[in-house]
Design a protein. Structure first.
Length: 299
């Protein structure tokens, strides 16, 4: 096999005559929160009640991961996973679900073939109506999927949820892309509860906390052990550690979560706080490590 040779220019360096530089990362992307997903659920459910239909409603993030779900009383249990698949399909294909392009109506054989191909590769895809993407600033940040009524009714309910959420975001002026990141040291001082670790969920009823004091000292509870240490805060830059920790043992799942949390803390390089007061601890490439919500002060 012939070797592939790279020059400094193709490896990413710029020449004197080349002013363009490839964008290696995207920063300050808009992300759908649990609160936003719940708003869409409420609006979709209200629309379904007005229409007199009982449905399953799913809301996912831009990667098709479930954020919120509700099954209305009387909704078909068999449509639970249908609603999730519709939401995932709409989010990942960046468009509403329904007949494939250039098709006036559903082609059953074609639909089954495409869905089977997606399943083989580990993905989810459907041509059933009822999945609608959530688009903010021309960016798909998630989707609503509805199952349990007719395709047209499912799509109407999902559209109502998406419309209500986007309208509220616009009316609040919730321009996450306008976050200039100019947070002060005081803005991060307080008590915080982990809602996700490296964009994965946390164990219910296990509170993993972080407390940051005005003098830069940090402490907290992993749900198994207590820890304390120091933090260096300079504008948006944040570095935590080293930390000392008690050495109690707990159930394997809790110990695994503790390990992931401590590892994430050690990689933190910066932070931001969104308009909803959520704290995002980020690595050097602006990737999310920890998402935390504020807790009441302990004093």
């Amino acid at each position: 096999m012939a070797a592939i040779m790279t020059t400094p220019h193709t490896a990413g360096a710029q020449t004197a005559d080349d002013d363009s530089q490839p964008q290696l990362v995207r920063r300050n992307q808009v992300q759908l929160t649990l609160a936003g997903a719940e708003r869409a659920i409420v609006a979709s459910r209200s629309k379904a009640e007005q229409m007199g239909v009982n449905v399953n409603i799913s809301v996912v993030d831009d990667g098709g991961h479930l954020l919120a779900f509700v099954r209305m009383d009387g909704a078909r249990p068999g449509s639970v996973y249908t609603s999730m698949t519709k939401a995932t399909s709409a989010a990942t294909k960046r468009g509403a679900t329904g007949p494939l392009p250039n098709a006036d109506s559903a082609n059953t054989h074609l639909s089954l073939a495409v869905e089977a191909a997606a399943a083989v590769s580990g993905g989810k895809f459907t041509t059933l109506k009822g999945g609608v993407p959530i688009v903010i600033n021309d960016q798909v940040i998630g989707a609503v999927g509805v199952g349990g009524a007719t395709g047209e009714q499912d799509a109407e309910v999902a559209t109502a949820g998406v419309a209500a959420l986007t309208q509220e975001i616009e009316s609040m002026g919730d321009a996450l892309s306008a976050d200039d990141g100019n947070h002060t040291k005081d803005s991060i001082v307080g008590n915080w509860l982990a809602e996700s670790i490296e964009q994965a969920g946390v164990i219910d009823r296990v509170q993993t906390t972080l407390q940051i004091a005005a003098d830069g000292s940090v402490s907290g509870d992993t749900g198994v052990n207590r820890f304390h240490g120091k933090a260096e805060i300079n504008g948006n830059e944040l570095q935590i550690g080293p930390t000392a920790m008690t050495r109690r043992a707990g159930p394997p799942a809790m110990m695994d979560q503790e390990s992931r949390f401590v590892a994430a803390l050690g990689k933190v390089k910066q932070f931001r706080i969104d308009d909803n007061g959520m704290l995002f601890l980020l690595d050097a490439n602006n990737a999310e490590l920890l998402r935390m919500s504020p807790l009441p002060s302990s004093n």
